[in-house]
Design a protein around this ligand. Sequence first.
Ligand SMILES: Cc1cc2nc3c(=O)[nH]c(=O)nc-3n(C[C@H](O)[C@H](O)[C@H](O)COP(=O)(O)OP(=O)(O)OC[C@H]3O[C@@H](n4cnc5c(N)ncnc54)[C@H](O)[C@@H]3O)c2cc1C
Length: 312
Amino acid sequence: MPITPEQRAEIDRQRAVETPTRRATVAALEDILYEPVPVLDHGFVRVVDYMGDDSAVVQAARVSYGKGTRKVTEDAGLIKYLMRHRHSTPFEMCEIKFHVKLPIFVARQWIRHRTANVNEYSARYSILDREFYIPAPDQLGAQAVVNRQGRGDVLQGEEAARVLALLRADAEQCYAHYEEMLNLREDGTTLDEGRQGLARELARMNLPLNFYTQWYWKVDLHNLLHFLSLRADTHAQYEIRVYAEAMLDIVRRWVPAVFDAFSEYRMGGAHLSRSGLAVVKRLLAGEAVAQEGSGLSKREWRELMESLGRDA
Ligand SMILES: Cc1cc2nc3c(=O)[nH]c(=O)nc-3n(C[C@H](O)[C@H](O)[C@H](O)COP(=O)(O)OP(=O)(O)OC[C@H]3O[C@@H](n4cnc5c(N)ncnc54)[C@H](O)[C@@H]3O)c2cc1C
């Protein structure tokens, strides 16, 4: 379960409070404000605060004094123009703050995105919960043969059962040793009154990467979109991709016009190199073009043909 009954009550209390404001709010985002969106087996992502909306992007681009009198379609057109031409600073005017619960190995990928503000749960100060990620059976991919960074077919039968049993047993054992070093029983009471137990900052080193951590992560819209373009992409590892997909849906609620432009030009579009563009021009002219002599490596050729929906 991603959250405890006490945490649920705290979220409900927070959601019950309404504060009048002159600032821009977005009804579709208010609907899910503070609510955890479940991700993986124990994780979640939830919005705890935000600033700005689609209009904030437009206002910044026009350096206007108010909402202005432009039509929604004109605003959407301007947002598309800004996205298309990578005029990025107006998107930095919107900010969002997430609370994320995620496995440590996912956090290690996530933290590489340096253009955000982060504060992580302190396992020096607090005791980590007995919560570790076990992949769903359909995610137990074998090592991919072509892509050394990816997964292939899903493990089956005895092999899959053995992997799941090993993951679970190792995590359980490590957590039991973590508690023993902290001088704690499973129910959280002290094991031996005569001992202090090892410092939390040291005991935690025994926990595997599939244990969950949590953080607050605040980012502006421009850098969030950069994060999503990399992590909601099919090349990203499934376990971080599912967080990115949940956040994409949050972006859709929050700034629908920006989301449309982002889907059009970034997520749904493709970047062409100079040689790639030359290949496309030759194909359009009806020429038969092969990888040899195209100026593209085999991999680039494969990627281009994949983008164009053609056989490599
Ligand atoms: C599919 C995938 C596979 C990956 N594999 C690996 C891997 O095997 N090993 C590995 O180590 N990493 C790997 N990464 C991480 C990757 O190399 C980047 O570190 C990560 O995606 C963060 O990207 P970023 O630097 O653009 O993001 P951010 O840190 O958010 O930065 C955003 C942008 O700000 C600018 N910027 C930020 N900081 C600086 C700076 N100090 N100097 C100059 N410009 C800056 C850059 O323009 C940057 O693109 C992988 C990422 C992906 C998506």
